[in-house]
Ligand binder design. Structure first.
Ligand code: CP
Length: 359
């Protein structure tokens, strides 16, 4: 069974196949209408969403399938204490494929361990958002004509921005990627992405707190919102919330062909005066989200019983009762799941579910 929990669950070949299928859908929309007739997608959203949930819904409807699900945990039996695993066991009786968003990191992973239908991670806490990554890759391809050999600047909340973590993981498999990390100290990219992804995969990266200095060299500027909902300390949020604002003056420093991406929603980090700039690609990016999710649904349904599309094999997890995950928002600290760990780069032990450090 093929699930999509982390971008690395897809080989580069599979990612390219999904993007190529999305491009074929764009060119021949009529060929795919009805391809999911009599199939059902369940959208289990334990956290707010506009784009991801509605684009999954629109994608399945456009393919001729049907959609069921919930948009808040309060309207499901999660409110009565039902576990994530029990919920997907139940929903797997009603649906052929499930997209799940959850504020607890690792929730879609434990769901996939018991599910009889493919699980798609539609965002878990600050950890991962692989379908946004497919959206971003398709957008880069359509805006620039290629994904290889680009310099991409990630700006804003690189600490909690799950879309940033996932996109860097995926881009690390492409050729000639240079990454500029533009963030204040408090919002820097987590070490596990720098060490386990950039350094391991040989991705050239540098860190700066100056968007003005970085912008002239970028082919893609990936802006992000400072994620208020992830901060445990409101004063810390207030200190960093207005760190970077993209405006017409800053756009004047950029390349003529630079593409501005943002997973959205935005708050104040891109002024509306930028929206009419032809380089502002973030609303085109939204439409690409629906198209690439159509391609993903078709692919996962086709690959369901195909041994050529298995989940990647990992080393067996480390089980050690003396170790604890340090992340209060990890599934192993919120439901009864045996703590599991993996040995990462530089001999660091990390949580199996959420990649956090252990103590
Ligand atoms: N980009 C994104 O995940 O948006 P939503 O939170 O609205 O789904």
């Amino acid at each position: 069974m093929k699930h999509l929990i982390d971008p690395t669950d897809l080989s580069k070949q599979e990612i390219d196949q999904i993007i190529a299928l999305a491009e074929d859908i764009i060119a021949h929309r009529e060929r795919y209408q009805g391809s999911m007739a009599h199939k059902k997608l369940a959208t289990l959203f334990y956290e707010p969403s506009t784009r991801t949930r509605l684009s999954f819904t629109a994608a399945m409807m456009e393919l001729g399938g049907q959609v069921l699900g919930f948009s808040t945990p309060q309207s499901s039996s999660a409110a009565k204490g039902e576990s994530v695993q029990d919920t997907v066991r139940v929903v797997g009786c009603f649906a052929d494929i499930i997209a799940m968003r959850h504020p607890i990191e690792g929730a879609p992973l434990v769901a996939s361990e018991v599910s009889r239908v493919p699980i798609i991670n539609a965002g878990d806490g600050s950890h991962s958002h692989p379908t946004q990554t497919l959206t971003d890759l398709l957008t880069i391809k359509r805006e620039l004509g290629h994904i290889d050999d680009i310099t991409i600047g990630f700006c804003g909340d690189l600490r909690f921005g799950r879309t940033v973590h996932s996109l860097i993981k995926a881009l690390s498999r492409y050729h000639g990627i240079k990454v500029v990390l533009i963030a204040p100290d408090e919002l820097r990219l987590p070490d596990y992405i720098k060490q386990d992804v950039c350094e391991k995969m040989g991705v050239e990266y540098r860190e700066t707190d100056s968007l003005d200095d970085a912008i002239p060299e970028l082919d893609v500027l990936y802006m992000t919102r400072v994620q208020k909902e992830r901060f445990l300390d409101e004063d810390e949020f207030d200190r960093v919330k207005d760190s970077f604002v993209l405006d017409a003056r800053r756009m004047s420093l950029a390349k003529e062909k630079m593409a501005v991406l943002h997973p959205l929603p935005r708050v104040n980090e891109i002024l509306t005066e930028v929206d009419e700039d032809p380089r502002a690609a973030y609303f085109r990016q939204v439409e690409n989200g629906k198209l690439v999710r159509m391609a993903l649904i078709i692919s996962l349904m086709e690959w369901k019983n195909d041994p050529a599309h298995k989940m990647p094999e990992h080393e067996a997890p480390i089980i050690n009762p003396a170790l604890h995950c340090t992340n209060a928002k990890c599934i192993c600290n919120n439901e009864k799941h045996q703590p599991r760990f993996r040995l990462a780069e530089n001999g660091i032990t990390r949580c199996w579910y959420c990649d956090s450090k252990v103590r």
